[in-house]
Design a protein around this ligand. Structure first.
Ligand code: ZN
Length: 410
């Protein structure tokens, strides 16, 4: 029997098997310890919650926009929305990776089913050849000469008898074909789902860029109004001055607590020491030094308590300049997301305008350990890192220590 006829026979037999066989339960086997659709569904659920939070913030923002005076509240709202969009992007990227795994599993399952199908098909061919040898070929000619479905049904009594012994082979083959087609359908579904999540990722990245631009426009609009901007800078500096004392106090308290704990263990702790800092990020391009600086607006020179490091985007790692303990990890309207690390009583480093904070209060950090990612949260006219050093409760110039800098200010 040639291949074409064999295929025709297979087709007809499958139809018969469909008619004769009991409904077979169709189960798709899955390797253990792998990604499940339930896990992806949980991610989608998380994503939905983030969407809801964002919608709430958007309605709050519209209310704030009606009250034009509160630009910093609008900036805070946008900073928060941007953080949520970043979470959505992370969530979406995780989903894509999970689908990737799921798809690989399904492809492996299909390969396994195809292997099984091949075996069963060979067995089937062997049976057909055996039938031919036994001279039961008329059975096949009945099938091939059946011109219609009713014609075929009419021949069924005759066929049934012959088929008894081969029934199981056909059933198995047919079940495997159903399994294969179900698995292929599943694969197509997973690929389509993954594609729609990829589209979602593109949309969220676009939304992120739009909101980052909106946040920047808010600050540049603010800076365009000279009087208002000067007022804002004065507020920011006054807040920084107050914060300085608060940071010194937190650092002292932590040092006292650590000294007490050490004493209880019969140990002593050494106090903070000067120097020993490393650059807090890969860029050494300083756009604004300590002290008075040019803000871009005449008369708006301020007392800058740290240095601004530019040529960073929204994804540059910020690392602890010196080992210590995190005493502040928070959002503030002026400083944005910021982290303060204590290195002993009155010795601290501060990292501001982060797009993301990676540490919590109380965390011990090693020198060089990531504490966050650069950004432009708070009052910031573009992504940069504002970095401060305090020694013995006093602000010191970071450039006294970080000497290999590139001068980016005039
Ligand atoms: Zn600064």
């Amino acid at each position: 029997m040639n291949k074409r006829i064999l295929r025709a026979a297979l087709c007809a037999l499958c139809l018969l098997a469909l008619l004769l066989a009991d409904a077979m339960p169709l189960t798709l086997t899955r390797n253990a310890a792998a990604v499940t659709q339930a896990e992806i569904d949980a991610k989608k659920q998380d994503k939905k919650k983030l969407e809801e939070q964002k919608a709430e913030l958007q309605s709050q923002l519209r209310a704030l926009q009606r009250n034009k005076s509160d630009a910093l509240a609008q900036k805070e709202n946008l900073d928060t929305q941007i953080a949520i969009i970043r979470s959505e992007i992370a969530n979406t990227e995780e989903q894509i990776a999970q689908y990737e795994e799921l798809i690989a599993q399904t492809k492996a399952d299909i390969a396994e089913t195809q292997r099984k199908h091949e075996e069963q098909y060979e067995l089937f061919c062997a049976r057909v050849r055996a039938m031919e040898e036994r001279g039961t070929v008329s059975y096949w000619s009945v099938l091939f000469h059946s011109t219609s479905f009713s014609d075929l049904l009419a021949s069924m009594d005759f066929i049934n008898e012959i088929m008894e012994s081969d029934q199981r082979v056909i059933e198995n083959l047919q079940a495997t074909e159903m399994q294969l087609s179900a698995q292929q359908e599943q694969l197509e579904g997973e690929l389509a789902e993954q594609e729609s999540v990829r589209e979602e990722l593109t949309a969220r990245n676009q939304e992120l860029n739009e909101q980052l631009a909106a946040a920047q426009k808010l600050i540049s609009d603010l800076a365009a109004n000279e009087a208002e901007y000067q007022k804002l800078i004065r507020e920011k500096e006054a807040a920084a001055e107050r914060e300085k004392d608060e940071i010194a106090r937190l650092s002292r308290e932590l040092a006292e607590q650590q000294a007490r704990e050490a004493a209880a263990r019969g140990e002593t702790v050494s106090g903070g020491t000067k120097g020993g800092y490393i650059w807090p990020c890969s860029s050494h391009y300083v756009t604004s030094p300590l002290g008075s600086r040019y803000t871009g607006i005449a008369g708006a020179s301020t007392n800058h308590m740290g240095i601004d490091i530019g040529r960073v985007g929204y994804s540059t790692q910020v690392v602890a300049s010196k080992a210590g303990t995190v005493i502040i990890s928070a959002y503030n309207r002026y400083r944005g997301n910021y982290v303060v690390v204590s290195h002993g009583s009155g010795f601290t480093t501060t990292y501001q305008h982060l797009s993301k904070r990676s540490v919590n209060v109380g965390d011990k950090v090693a020198q060089g350990q990531v504490v966050g990612i650069t950004g432009d949260t708070g009052v910031s006219s573009g992504p940069h890192l504002h970095f401060e050093i305090m020694e013995n409760g006093q602000i010191v110039n970071p450039l006294n220590y970080l000497t290999n800098y590139i001068r980016g200010w005039r």
